[in-house]
Design a protein around this ligand. Structure first.
Ligand SMILES: [Zn+2]
Length: 88
């Protein structure tokens, strides 16, 4: 059975995960004063974003402030990101 995954939803999940990790990292630093742990978690979440928040066509890493709307083209290859559908 084929299941279509909308890239827009996938990228949205990645973004939400990133914000969650940043909040967790900030909480660790604020409450436990474990700066090294908090900083490494923040770095990890940035790496996570860098590897997963990218254009499905050319693999260009998108800016996390970059909003993917219905007609948003990739800044690198110019293809409409949200029209990409992955079959699984
Ligand atoms: Zn692209």
């Amino acid at each position: 059975m084929k299941r279509k995954i909308k890239i827009k939803n996938q990228l949205f999940i990645v973004k939400v995960m990133f914000y969650l990790l940043i909040v967790i990292a900030a909480s660790i630093v604020t409450w436990t004063k474990h700066y090294a742990e908090g900083a490494s978690l923040a770095i990890l979440s940035f790496l996570f974003l860098l590897f997963l928040y990218k254009c499905p066509y050319c693999g260009y890493s998108l800016d996390f402030r970059f909003r993917i709307k219905k007609e948003t083209p990739c800044p690198m290859c110019g293809k409409v990101i949200s029209s990409y559908e992955k079959n699984e």
